[in-house]
Design a protein around this ligand. Structure first.
Ligand code: GDP
Length: 215
């Protein structure tokens, strides 16, 4: 059994966040302006984004699991721990919608990414049985050019054997040059690790901001 101090640390790091849904926004002017740091969550439609968000925030219905893939077109803001936002970006690349609609989604994501000065990093979701798309790669390139950290969650990890999954995670890390971890809402794998990584990113950002203000 782990010593008490370690258990205490685990409780703090993995504890269910205090989470609330702030709103769905279709235009940049509507976004919250309270200055809290923002961590975006992105991926193609049906990759398991709503399920991952539900798992992370520990409330099954907070981010609705869409029965129609790609239905969500808005930027959805969740406030966590009263310290930061998780920003659910519209799922991209759903083939059944019109080209114009697809372009509009792309534009909203692009406008948000290029204009948000509170964005501190992004969680990119990739289905473990698929290859990264051009949009996935574009997003990673764009973020690394701006030195914004990316964490890749390899979703639906329960669909692969342990061996294949490990190889997939390694390959994703090598190909995309970003830290990757397996995630499954069925087995619960990855939930604690991802939540801890997001909290660490926020903590580091807040510390740096404090140093800048104090210094
Ligand atoms: P979104 O469109 O990216 O928000 O994806 P959803 O969260 O709506 O999930 C799309 C489909 O994948 C649904 O049928 C989910 O039940 C399924 N799904 C999501 N996460 C997992 C997972 O970890 N394992 C498995 N086997 N299925 C999943």
């Amino acid at each position: 059994m782990a010593p008490p101090a370690l258990l205490e640390i685990q409780e703090i790091v993995f504890k269910r966040p205090e989470a609330s849904f702030v709103g769905s926004f279709f235009a940049l002017e509507q976004l919250p302006r309270d200055g809290l740091p923002q961590v975006a969550v992105a991926g193609r439609s049906n990759v398991g984004k709503s399920s991952l968000l539900n798992q992370i925030v520990g409330q099954r219905k907070l981010a609705k699991v869409s029965s129609t893939p790609g239905r969500t077109r808005s930027l959805n803001f969740f406030r966590l721990d009263n310290r930061f936002y998780l920003v659910d970006l519209p799922g991209y690349g759903y083939a059944k919608v019109s080209k114009t609609l697809r372009e509009q989604w792309g534009r909203l994501i692009e406008q948000y990414l290029t204009s948000s000065d509170r964005l501190i990093g992004l969680v990119l979701l990739l289905d473990c049985r698929r290859e990264p798309t051009e949009q996935d790669r574009d997003l990673i390139t764009w973020l690394s050019e701006r030195q914004l950290p990316v964490m890749v969650a390899v979703t639906k990890a329960d669909k692969l054997s342990k061996d294949k999954l490990m190889r997939k995670v390694d390959r994703v890390e090598q190909e995309l040059g970003a830290a990757a971890m397996a995630f499954s809402t069925v087995t619960g794998i990855g939930r604690n690790a991802l939540l801890a990584s997001i909290r660490r990113l926020v903590d580091e950002h807040l510390q740096q901001t404090r140093i800048k203000i104090d210094g």
